[in-house]
Design a protein around this ligand. Sequence first.
Ligand code: ACO
Length: 347
Amino acid sequence: MVTVQHPDSQQGGRSRCLGRPTTIASLATYVPPRLLTNKDLEQLVDTTDEWILQRTGIRERHIVDPGVATSDLGKEAALKAIDAAGLKPTDIGLIVVGTVTPDMMFPSTACLLQHKIGATNAWGFDLSAACSAFTYSLTAASQIVASGGVEHALVVGADVMSSIIDYKDRSTCVLFGDGAGACVVSATTDSGAGILDYEHEIDGSGGPALCMPAGGSARPPSHDTVDQRLHYVKQDGQTVFKFAVRKTEEISRRLLERNGLTPDDLTLFVSHQANRRIIMSATERLGVPPEKVIINIERFGNTTAATIPLALNDAVESGRLKKGDLVLLASVGAGFTVGSVLVRWGF
Ligand code: ACO
């Protein structure tokens, strides 16, 4: 692996980031207005508000109305993010949409979104990494900007999880919600901001623990797959839980150490929001104090690709994240996928 010294990397650390510096120039989010509360779920499956809150930390989640697709949520967040960056859609050169719920198998949601927002000078693609989709998309877009390929990239993490959730399965339906986040990644000459480094892994042996079994080329849709409810999320919760705690800590520690940093150097740790207990266990092992950890799962549930931008947005709006702060993003998702990105906040 060829690495270069990033100008902002501390104490002789070495970053994987190649090329010119990049930064997150803006961020925006969108959730559909309709709420699905724990009390509502008590009417659908054998569960209680108390169980859901205690085991997951979730109180409510936002759910789309019928006919609202991932690109619709992405559009709302994308237009706000582009405007907040002081740009027009035609300034965007690349669109990366991280999602596990594309509007359809093809065309890509990036194509549909490009058309909806009028980003007529952009190319783009979808990125499938489940709950790591935002960290992966941020890295992919950042490195394309860093290479000089484009000046401004739009990164969107958006999912309509309610479209693939079985509201008869209490072990999964309480966990997920719908939402979108978008950020503009731009080249920068500001030495006080930047996407500093990243670390990612996949482990395909974890596939059966969290998947949607049918609808792809292995098991195309049929009456049988519908009858067997195979077009919904299936999860071995405990296997995913243990892997998520272990890997969130491991990949975050590796990224910090490579950059000569400790949790003390961080202003904030922003994890994928799958379960409050996963975040608390992983950060306790890592040695990040609770006051540096953002948890907003109680209001949104697990929105898959959108959780990290939704958490970042809360941090910015509440004044907990400001320009120049050092923030570590971390995610574990279906696949398994694992990601971590180190950012000096750009605005
Ligand atoms: N309400 C009431 N009881 C329930 C519910 C519910 N909604 N769901 C499960 N239970 C029951 C189970 O049936 C079980 O009962 P039993 O003991 O009689 O058999 C009991 O509660 C305990 O079940 P567990 O599965 O052991 O519960 P656990 O404490 O592990 O919590 C959970 C389950 C919340 C799913 C947890 O395992 C988890 O969060 N896993 C990780 C989820 C995750 O990180 N997903 C990854 C991201 S998703 C993506 O990438 C798309």
